[in-house]
Ligand binder design. Sequence first.
Ligand code: PLP
Length: 404
Amino acid sequence: MKYINKNLSIEKVKVQDISKKFGTPTYCYSYGQLKKNIDDFKKNFSSFAPLICFAIKSNTNVNLIREIRKFGLGADVVSIGELMMALKAGIDPKKIVFSGVGKTTDEINYAIDKKILLINAESKSEIIEIERIARSKKKIVNIGIRLNPNTDAKTLKQISTGKKENKFGVDEKTFFALVNYSKLSKNISLKCLSVHIGSQILDYKPYEKMLKVVDKIIKKSNHKFKFIDLGGGMGISYEKNNKKLNYQKYNIAIKKFLRNHKSKIIFEPGRSIVGNIGSLISKVIYIKENGKKDFIILDAAMNDLMRPALYGANHRTLPAIKTNQTSKKIYEFVGPICESTDKFTTLKKFQKLKEKDLVVMCDVGAYGMSLSSNYNVRPKPSEILIKGSKMNVIKKRQKLKDLI
Ligand code: PLP
């Protein structure tokens, strides 16, 4: 995304033209950036050619997932709906892993029938349920066990998943007990150890620590795991001067780990694949003065982009057309929803805005549209995929008549 003759443009299309054609608020994704992210991700770990399972939860648009599939990626799913979506996008079941602490009987049934690669179980009860269903179908089902490595991901508390107090995975003692249980079972085959310590991780050291724990546990378990699923969590730069995850160091740590373990590595990245491909275009409805601060009331709200309200996330915000006038006021960008948390960002220095101007929130491709809701009976925005100068609607704006 860059300014071409003062017009903010996504690939070769002006934000203003997108708004004219499709209205606002609208999510836009750059195909070029998607391709670059996937190419870079593959290059970073090319020496051991991992299976990359895109975390569907980060973006559930079936047409976008279809594009991701064309690059050879599989999927990480956490519900029957996500599994159906991955299959609908044509993802090979043999490249699908199923994570999550609360898979229901129906979900396990469906996953077994679809012959997916792995069901990554997260408790003893779940393993017993998978075994029961597999027995009733006279099948042997491949499973993984998710380990809780009690490793601090050094990220936001709300998106940390690898500490003892988090609900995810099982502790070391339970892990060993479940390995032994699985070995004795006729209907489950233990193929994988999985971990996922959190999201938006920018420091490689937690990953190093996690690998040390996994190394120790595999040696102690005396089991040969065909797959080691290291989850996702690779962070992206939301602010211009955000530090970047050192992929080289992470890669070195994995290569070292693989010297002792001849397993296939699986990754489950979401944010690092789609985070920076997305922008949310929104129009200023009103500007409301409030002393030193003006409220910039946008037509996008927390139901369209939940991350700021949910965990205080900040998204870079840019004007669609650059002028040389700076506002003397502090701007607080808010939505029209009846909640004080319906607020995107507060900026001390921004270009002077007027009503009906367009602004763009950046890096909303992950956990943007997928976390959206119909709160306040607001239809969900349209989604557009930009490829060079082409604009393709990959999801139509919801209609009010379908909500009422
Ligand atoms: N795998 C699992 C099990 C997850 O819970 C998540 C996200 O929470 C992911 C993968 C994707 O994480 P990210 O989008 O940070 O790469």
